[in-house]
Design a binder for this molecule. Structure first.
Ligand SMILES: Cc1cc2nc3c(=O)[nH]c(=O)nc-3n(C[C@H](O)[C@H](O)[C@H](O)COP(=O)(O)OP(=O)(O)OC[C@H]3O[C@@H](n4cnc5c(N)ncnc54)[C@H](O)[C@@H]3O)c2cc1C
Length: 465
């Protein structure tokens, strides 16, 4: 079967790309392939059972509408957050396209005023404390849909795509590309019924973080241009809302970047969820990762956020993905398939956390999918030193942050260590093959994934007019 455009991976980049394509040219034959279920069938058993049962295909990260369907859906309205595709396009194009995407959100009924636009005295104080402590505050306006709101948005979007004739092949594991004479020709998938090939001269791969490793292997097998990128390793921390009150109220999320004094490594806060919940995701059979989200209508009394260390490596090492995966495997082995949790007080005291000691704190974990233990057994010293230094400096901006009550869940890892070689239209070194979103190595957030999907489609539309 031949299509005008095939999207491989049905996440944020693809659904917004498909929306752009079918709106601009309603006659196009479009296929979206995804390993997981259609959105209405994506149900995480944890919602009912209260704990992760390790499904063969995790509904949180796999399935149509991608990782965004279970995300807190903070939509950052600035090129500086969510990736760095502006380095191959331009800042103004990325910002214009982000605005274009946010207008699509509005068309589907989400027109909440973004937070972080106008500074008041409390925000000025936070900014001043950041300046005093060598922290860069990346203060971009943010729309917040919440996990419930984002599901509603995607439901409406997918319904619209289906009504307009976009085809979806769910439960379809992408296995290979067909490339002839430097041009893409098709994508091979595997379903319960066996292998099948969909043909097209225009294929956009957007496999997300969950597919980053597979994308790297595909590059190696077919000689598609790529380079080894960096990897983000760290912890998800959880702290009572009262400590984060000023930041939460005024910024919703304050994105901070800090270069540690000890190693000059980059640390950053990421994906803060006021009154949110810890999410534990099964990345693969022996890798469990910490994450977090927040609902618009269901609240906890804790804020969670990631503290991530960006690690790039120098020659001859070129396997950042394997490095990060090995760390995650070690922690998953230590916990028998959960994530590690340790209070900051225990970490500083050099002892493991226990349930008994954790029960003396002012905080209740918002998940059961952890084992109280010692993260220093699994986290490399340099990364742990960086995390602890960042916690201490964060405390100067947010007094109480470096308290014994801070819970650290390990590991949180952002696997996007392959950086594909793409041009300003998202086209790879293979003609007709495009790469968008997290698996391209240029994206790490919803805003940039959607932008990349749309920019790739716009280039294809020029060719097939
Ligand atoms: C819990 C959580 C919270 C988050 N919160 C935020 C937030 O608040 N704000 C923000 O900007 N970002 C957030 N993110 C990140 C954001 O969701 C991603 O950056 C974004 O979804 C990337 O879009 P994408 O299209 O590149 O990939 P994804 O949306 O991840 O989609 C990739 C798709 O590829 C499919 N796939 C993978 N492998 C295969 C295969 N072999 N065959 C077929 N299909 C395959 C998957 O099923 C998936 O649907 C969060 C992520 C998580 C997990």
């Amino acid at each position: 079967m031949k299509y005008d455009i095939i999207f491989v991976g049905g996440g944020q980049a693809s659904v917004f790309g498909a929306y752009e394509a079918i709106n601009k040219n309603p006659n196009l034959k479009i296929m979206v392939i995804d390993k997981g279920q259609m959105l209405d069938k994506r149900i995480c058993p944890k919602e009912k059972l209260g704990k992760c049962v390790k499904c063969p295909t995790c509904a949180i990260i796999y399935g149509v509408s991608g990782a965004g369907a279970y995300s807190d859906s903070k939509f950052n309205m600035d090129y500086r957050v969510g990736g760095d595709v502006h380095t191959i396009t331009s800042k103004s194009l990325v910002n214009e396209t982000i605005q274009y995407v946010s207008d699509i959100y509005k068309n589907f009924g989400f027109d909440d005023e973004p937070t972080g636009l106008v500074y008041n005295e409390e925000m000025e104080l936070i900014k001043r404390r950041c300046i005093e402590n060598d922290i860069q505050l990346v203060d971009t306006p943010t729309m917040h849909l919440g996990t419930d709101g984002s599901r509603e948005l995607y439901s409406k979007l997918i319904d619209t795509l289906l009504k307009k004739g976009v085809e979806f092949s769910s439960n379809s594991d992408f296995k290979d590309l067909i490339i002839e004479d430097g041009k893409v020709k098709g994508a091979v998938i595997e379903t319960k019924e066996g292998k099948k090939t969909f043909y097209s001269d225009n294929i956009i791969t957007a496999l997300g973080r969950s597919g980053a490793k597979q994308m790297m292997k595909m590059c190696q097998t077919h000689g598609i241009g790529y380079s080894a990128g960096s990897v983000d390793i760290g912890v998800r921390v959880e702290i009572p809302d009262v400590v984060m009150k000023t930041i939460n109220k005024n910024f919703y999320e304050a994105k901070m970047v800090f270069y540690t004094k000890k190693y000059n490594d980059k640390m950053r806060t990421f994906c803060s969820n006021p009154s949110g919940f810890i999410a534990v995701e099964k990345h693969s059979d022996n890798i469990m990762l910490a994450n977090g989200h927040a609902y618009k209508n269901k609240k906890s009394t804790n804020t969670n956020l990631a503290l991530l260390c960006t690690k790039s490596f120098t020659e001859p090492f070129n396997q950042p993905f394997e490095y990060a995966a090995s760390i995650a495997k070690m922690s998953t082995m230590l916990t028998g398939g959960k994530v590690l949790c340790q209070s900051y007080g225990d970490l500083k005291a050099g002892r493991r956390s226990t349930e008994e000691r954790m029960s003396r704190l002012n905080i209740e974990p918002t998940t059961d999918d952890y084992v109280a233990g010692d993260i220093s057994l699994a986290c490399p010293k340099r990364i742990l030193d960086n995390i602890m230094e960042f916690i201490e400096v964060h405390d100067k901006v947010t007094p109480g942050f470096a308290s014994n009550d801070l819970l650290l869940y390990f590991p949180e890892i952002k696997f996007r260590s392959t950086r594909m070689t793409i041009d300003s239209n998202m086209e790879t070194t293979v003609k007709g093959l495009y790469s968008a979103g997290d698996s391209s190595g240029y994206g790490s957030g919803l805003n940039i994934a959607a932008v990349m999907g749309i920019l790739a489609v716009r280039d294809i539309l020029k060719k097939i007019k």
